[in-house]
Design a protein around this ligand. Structure first.
Ligand code: DGY
Length: 425
């Protein structure tokens, strides 16, 4: 994409952000996702920050206003009534003052807040807002290691695929076999009324998503019980890589702002997490793999989750091998980076997280690859991302072989990432 086109692309991206802006938070897209989603909001704030710093801070502050007393930050905040989404608050029944879901999502807030602070023109104002958020983000990080790492391994588990954000990844196929489907209440999906069912998770997967929700609900959403009571406990390298990066970023920001205790706690979480991540490395795959915490075994599934730790500081040798793996995937697809190894039989170019390209992942890979000394590969990922926008608009995700737009249209975080790609890199 030439420089001449930049103002036009940015203007189109801003239109998408504006359309989905609800004042204090942004919905991911109309119809399919009509509430505030956790990591969507934090990544959206990055794009907002270039044009309206105050609005960007508010996006994250609104999310943290709904943090649970135990430190958990929910994956959805149901600010308003809207029955176009399932499962809504009537299914979750978490009994919060403003209804929320009862599970969490990747911890990108720490990374986003550091970046907002560094980007801020008025440092005094930004420092006050960052200082108010720091203890909340610190409490969330503490919550992860207290409640999702009971044996203190330095690695947290997700207990529901929706927590990873990569809902129907091939990574979950085997552990999902343990999740029963008996006793789930009858339900009607709404996602397939807004998006093509062939691009969404299957009914068999939805049954299990709901069984888990009902199971956790029967335990009154008591986080002291949920991890051990879940038949689905998976240590996802992508999820842990993001958390490690967020801990390191919060440590650095807290140090700058004179919050030494927060800095120290997060530095030590990052160091321990970074070392523990290495136990997920697979030399044969040239990437990290998920571990099923119930069986203790690595899961043989070459998904993008195993490439995402490059977003954290990983050993140079592993970053190099991840770069080589990405190049191999690139050679087999027209657009980068597919969410699963395209040479594998379960790769599905159109079905959500089983093959399609996601710009938020491209962004994290790109940022990590630059830090790891792979700027050319990062530039190729950026070019491919912007080519997708030019050909197919601001979709939720894209077919890596044809570039077709998939899932929801006019998607907020895709637009925010385009702004980030063009303005920051
Ligand atoms: C959905 O409903 O598709 C979401 O990914 C759950 O967060």
């Amino acid at each position: 994409m030439s420089l001449i086109e930049k103002p036009e692309v940015i203007a189109r991206a801003l239109e998408v952000l504006k359309e989905n802006d609800q004042g204090d938070y942004t919905i991911p897209t109309k119809g399919l996702y009509p509430f505030q989603w956790n990591w969507d909001s934090c990544l959206t704030a990055l794009g907002q920050a270039f044009y309206d710093e105050d609005r960007a801070w508010r996006e994250i502050e609104t999310l943290f206003a709904h943090q649970w007393p135990d430190g958990m930050v929910p994956h959805i905040v149901f600010h308003v009534f809207n029955d176009g989404y399932f499962p809504g608050p009537g299914v979750w029944r978490t009994n919060r003052p403003v209804e929320t879901s009862g599970i969490t999502q990747p911890a990108v807030a720490g990374f986003a807040v550091r970046r907002l602070y560094e980007r801020a023109k008025d440092k005094a104002k930004a420092s006050a807002r960052a200082k108010a958020l720091l203890p909340k983000i610190d409490a969330w990080h503490r919550w992860f290691y207290d409640h999702r790492d009971p044996k203190r391994e330095g690695l947290v588990a997700i207990i529901h695929p929706w927590e990873s954000g990569r809902d129907n990844s091939i990574d979950w196929d085997e552990p999902f076999e343990r999740v029963p489907t008996d006793g789930i209440d009858p339900y009607e999906r709404r996602d397939t009324q807004h998006a093509d069912p062939s691009e969404r998770p299957t009914k068999a997967q939805y049954d299990r998503y709901l069984w888990l929700v009902q199971h956790f609900r029967s335990l009154n959403w008591d986080n002291a019980k949920l991890h051990d009571a879940s038949p689905f406990q998976v240590v996802d390298p992508g999820f842990n890589g993001i958390l490690v990066r967020a801990c390191a970023d919060i440590a650095s920001l807290a140090e700058t702002l004179g919050e030494h205790e927060i800095a120290e706690a997060n530095r030590s979480r990052a160091e321990k997490g970074q070392k523990a991540l290495e136990t997920l490395w697979s030399e044969a795959h040239g990437q990290y793999l998920c571990r099923d915490r119930i069986t203790g075994k690595l899961i043989d599934s070459a998904s993008i989750g195993g490439l995402m730790p490059v977003f954290a500081k990983i050993p140079a040798d592993h970053a190099r091998k991840i770069a080589a793996t990405i190049r191999r995937h690139m050679a087999a697809t027209r657009f980068s980076v597919p969410s699963h190894d395209p040479s594998k039989p379960r790769f599905d170019q159109r079905r959500y997280w089983r093959g399609p390209v996601w710009l938020i992942v491209n962004f994290m890979l790109m940022d990590g690859l630059i830090a790891a000394g792979e700027p050319e590969l990062a530039a190729t990922i950026k070019d491919s991302s912007l080519k997708l926008i030019r050909e197919s608009g601001f979709a939720e995700y894209y077919d890596p072989l044809t570039g077709d737009p998939l899932g929801g249209a006019r998607f907020t975080w895709t637009a925010a990432m385009v702004i980030e790609f063009m303005e920051e890199y």
